[in-house]
Write a protein that binds this ligand. Sequence first.
Ligand code: 5GP
Ligand code: SF4
Ligand code: MG
Length: 465
Amino acid sequence: CGVFGVIGMTDSANFTALGMHALQHRGQEAGGIVAYSPETGFQSARRFGYVRDNFTKASLMETLPGQLSIGHVRYSTAGTKGATAIRDVQPFFGEFSMGGAAIAHNGNITNADALRRELIERGSIFQSSSDSECIIHLMARSMGRNIPDRMEEALRKVEGAFSIVAMTRTKLIGVRDPLGVRPLVLGRVGDGWALSSETCALDIIGAEFVREIEPGEMVVINAQGVQSHFPFRPARPRFCIFEHVYFSRPDSILGGRSVYETREAIGRELAKESPVEADLVCPVPDSGTPAAIGFSLESGIPYAMGIIRNQYMGRTFIEPTESIRNMGVRLKLNVNRALIKGKRVILVDDSVVRGTTSRKIKEMILDAGAAEVHFRIASPPTAWPCFYGVDTPEREKLLAATMSEEEMRDHLGVDSLKFISLDGLYRAVGEAKGRDANSPQYCDACFSGEYPVKPADMLDRGFQM
Ligand code: 5GP
Ligand code: SF4
Ligand code: MG
């Protein structure tokens, strides 16, 4: 998901809508905005579908006045899967003795089932099926004297990944979990401030990137400025390495590095680790593009657009059901036949999850008359589900959970298949010595199976680590 918020700008909801539009790649199912103005109080709107189709209409935006607003773009992740109901669309809102507050959450709470059970037993009435709603109920039960205190107390009971943008009548609040699994950044816009999942959404509103919110940090922003503190027990950060590979936009800056540059470096690493003789390097667009460019630069094999993407389709992976996803590949990607015929082609993609995409693409490429097809993948085999806010299927549906690299190659029917090594990936994100096996610098659980936060709910549901 993507979260965004603005304080200190007239008609701030318009800025929030733009920010959400720039974060659309993080969630395409639905979006919501909460805005506050002293005249109208808290107002909210939640809609299914793209930001551009909803939050651009003057008639809707006029209902969201005020200098303070937050927004959320949603896609359902582990635990909250299934048809999204409008009541699951964030931000969530709560009325407390000291006034209202709204929160927008990116990440996944790993003990949400347990918290929900306990809260329901003690009288909380849940409105949604979302793990994030627990936070509002925990805040309602807190004795804290102001909303940031209540949020702090609530979040100390929450495990897992959270990057949160929240608001009261007068404050914009940002928080990151102690491991800093999901991103969150601070920007300056005019006399106001913005919080965003990624820097690309600061660019769109002309905000200046100030800094990242630190893992474990809470910032409370009002007319006087930004106050920062660290309410949680300190921990070694474990940022999601997959944000670098796929999830974030290439024009964002993560950990001081351009995501694009990192992806190009991943492609270079791949070319060094797993070279192959061929005529063309083609990306599986768009997610494989920067890595394919890196592969081509390193290997000297020409880069070409062998697959053309229909720009009017979303991200396939994010379509919730299998049949739609299957359709998606064909609806979204088509082979550039004239270019491919008779050629030995290296295809570069960011990841193989179920293998649906790769299989379809291989068929299309061979249909078009390619002489050879070699897959190079910009991440290690995805063998474990993510429980921290990226939608991966159950373990059994992950190709790499049940097959070796050779078996995957045969299953996909390609001439060769190579994944970047975990160390190679760490080098590409800037860790010159690779992965520190004793204390890894990132979360890489979907590749390594080493979960930095115990996935308590999933273990209760029978998940085997
Ligand atoms: P598959 O068809 O193998 O199930 O999916 C792989 C494709 O899904 C890749 O091309 C990748 O770009 C895309 N993808 C989208 N979202 C995700 C995600 O959350 N995790 C992974 N691993 N791949 C994703
Ligand atoms: Fe990121 Fe993978 Fe960790 Fe999930 S499990 S947070 S996708 S690295
Ligand atoms: Mg892709």
